[in-house]
Design a binder for this molecule. Sequence first.
Ligand code: DC
Length: 223
Amino acid sequence: MKRGIIITIDGPSGVGKGTVARAIAKRLGLTYLDTGAMYRAFALLVQRSFINVDDEKELTELLLETHISLESDSDYNIKIILNKEDVTDKIRTPEISSLSSDLATKKVVRNTLKGMQRRLGQKGNIVAEGRDMGTYVFPDADFKFYLDAALNERARRRWRQLEESGIKESLDRVKKEVENRDKQDRERAESPLHPAPNAVIIDTINLTIEEVIEKILKIIGGV
Ligand code: DC
């Protein structure tokens, strides 16, 4: 049986991928797959379990006990469920951002989450958002997009997002965090962040979120 459509949206931190992917999924009636949330949920479990993150055996054992699901209501608000617990609000802290990026360098973590992501996407009809969707997880996707923007702008966007969710941080600290995470996500050996050769690259610096969404919908065209 032919699978449904797969659209991938990749890019660095703070570029607005989440908002764009959710809106595209909503407009086209597809499932929104927030893969960053999966790395974050696993990071929360690691933070609580005090394991040694450099010990592959301990990581493997914890991964075996990890069940992550993404639930969406009719308005596409996503709930992240980690082993039956709703962790949606707990995974957005700066500490979890940084730990999820550290864990995302580990082969065993990536392989396990990649497996979960492929299972979730096997029937298609998804908008998959993350760092390696078009390159490594869904290389045969129908439409691939890579969103980008200069560091200063992404730091400002992330800072605003944190403010809106009640997390107070200085802009400088947010910028440093985004910069460190960028470097680590781009330079890691395992599925580093880079655009797929056949991805449409969109520089979002002078575009509103609505304009980015319209641009993508126009490219997808008759879908
Ligand atoms: O998109 P996000 O900020 O929620 O992602 C958190 C971290 O998870 C990010 O710094 C790197 C990692 N990640 C990844 O390596 N691959 C993905 N597909 C999604 C996220």
